[in-house]
Design a protein around this ligand. Structure first.
Ligand code: GLU
Length: 357
């Protein structure tokens, strides 16, 4: 939890592997991410150890409301503003907002983002994480003069971010050749039928039904131009990094590369667009949602898309240019920019805190 640049911001994760250490790492990344995206926020995160795949709708509601009851005294529209993360969604945000509102005695939509449109959500929040990453790939394509039809993409993780990214990329003419979820995936060198794959995943719960069946590790080792880890932390480690052949990696997940694997890939010249930049589209549109909740004035979808595109292009170029200028990785460049912005805010707050201690 850090609030030097503004209220803490970050998602709430429901997952069996949630731990205190993980939540702290994720909150740290949110602090940096909000600075990279230049949003007036610090970073925070929340988590509940549970397995939504085994819970009924009513159980999910009870956990969501119970969790909000226990954190209501530490969150707030100008204090800490949660959002969705792995296995939480707009419905969960609605329950939590409603619960919080009943505790404080008035409706407070801006206490949480990623809500359903009917309860103060923003248009364009649902695909914002993927879209933010997609706009950055469009910038990369321009810088590197990539031919979309010849640019092959493999997506590791087929939840919200992975599915929307596949859809946006395929729609724009890129060649999505592989996708997988935790149970395995499919590969077709001529390109997948993404719309059908999304339908299959959502009706059958699995990525299957076309191309050749492959494992998650096989997918990481495909000879593609762009690899998109879109699941959880520590997907690419020292045990499997050697086989990675992609030229570019777009980290739609948080922390998908371990530090040593990241170094090894960078040494081999693989360009990774780091999570704190690559997936910042989600929290950026969360910021737009919060702004709309505060003002009560709701935007058209085109406004959201246009503002997101402008921001992603600007911050991507800033990181890219610093990387080129100093011959450093995009991750180092993104951290440098974030730390500069945090230091500036810290300096501007003055010294009262230092003397109080
Ligand atoms: N959970 C998302 C992330 O890791 C979104 C956070 C937010 O919208 O506040 O960036």
């Amino acid at each position: 939890y850090a609030d030097t640049r503004g209220p803490a911001k970050g998602g709430i994760r429901f997952h069996p592997d949630v731990s205190r250490a993980e939540v702290m790492a994720l909150a740290f990344w949110m602090t940096i991410k909000c600075a990279v995206a230049n949003l007036p926020y610090g970073g925070g995160k929340g988590g509940v150890i549970c397995n939504p795949k085994e819970l009924s709708h009513a159980e999910m509601e009870r956990i969501s409301r119970g969790f909000m009851r226990s954190i209501a005294h530490v969150v707030g529209i100008d204090v800490d503003v949660p959002a969705p993360d792995v296995y939480t969604n707009a419905t969960v945000m609605a329950w939590m907002m409603e619960e919080y509102s009943s505790i404080v005695g008035h409706r407070e939509p801006g206490v949480i983002t990623g809500k359903p449109i009917a309860l103060g959500g923003s248009l364009g929040r649902n695909d914002a994480t993927a879209r933010g990453g997609f706009y950055q790939i469009e910038e990369l394509a321009e810088i590197k003069s990539l031919d979309r039809a010849k640019t092959t993409i493999a997506i590791h993780g087929f939840g919200n971010a992975g599915q929307y990214f596949a859809h946006l990329a395929a729609d724009a003419g890129y060649k999505v050749v592989a996708a997988c979820d935790s149970r395995g995936g499919v590969y077709d060198e001529n390109g997948l039928d993404v719309a059908t794959l999304i339908e299959t995943k959502n009706s059958k719960g699995r990525v299957q039904g076309q191309g050749k069946e492959i494992s998650g590790d096989d997918l990481l080792h495909l000879d593609v131009d762009l690899l998109v880890p879109a699941a959880l932390e520590n997907t690419i480690t020292m045990d499997n990094q050697e086989g990675v052949k992609a030229k570019y990696i777009l980290e739609l997940a948080n922390g998908p590369l371990t530090n040593d694997a990241d170094d090894a890939l960078a040494d081999r010249g693989v360009v990774a667009i780091p999570d704190i930049l690559a997936n910042a589209g989600g929290v950026t549109v969360s910021y737009y949602e919060w702004t709309q909740n505060k003002t009560g004035f709701y935007w058209e979808l085109e406004d959201v898309h246009q503002k997101l595109r402008t921001k992603m292009a600007k911050e991507f170029r800033a990181v890219w240019d610093l990387g080129e200028q100093k011959s450093i990785t995009l991750r180092t460049a993104a951290y440098a920019i974030a730390l500069d912005r945090l230091a500036e805010a810290h300096e501007a707050t003055g010294t009262a805190d230092d003397f109080a201690r």
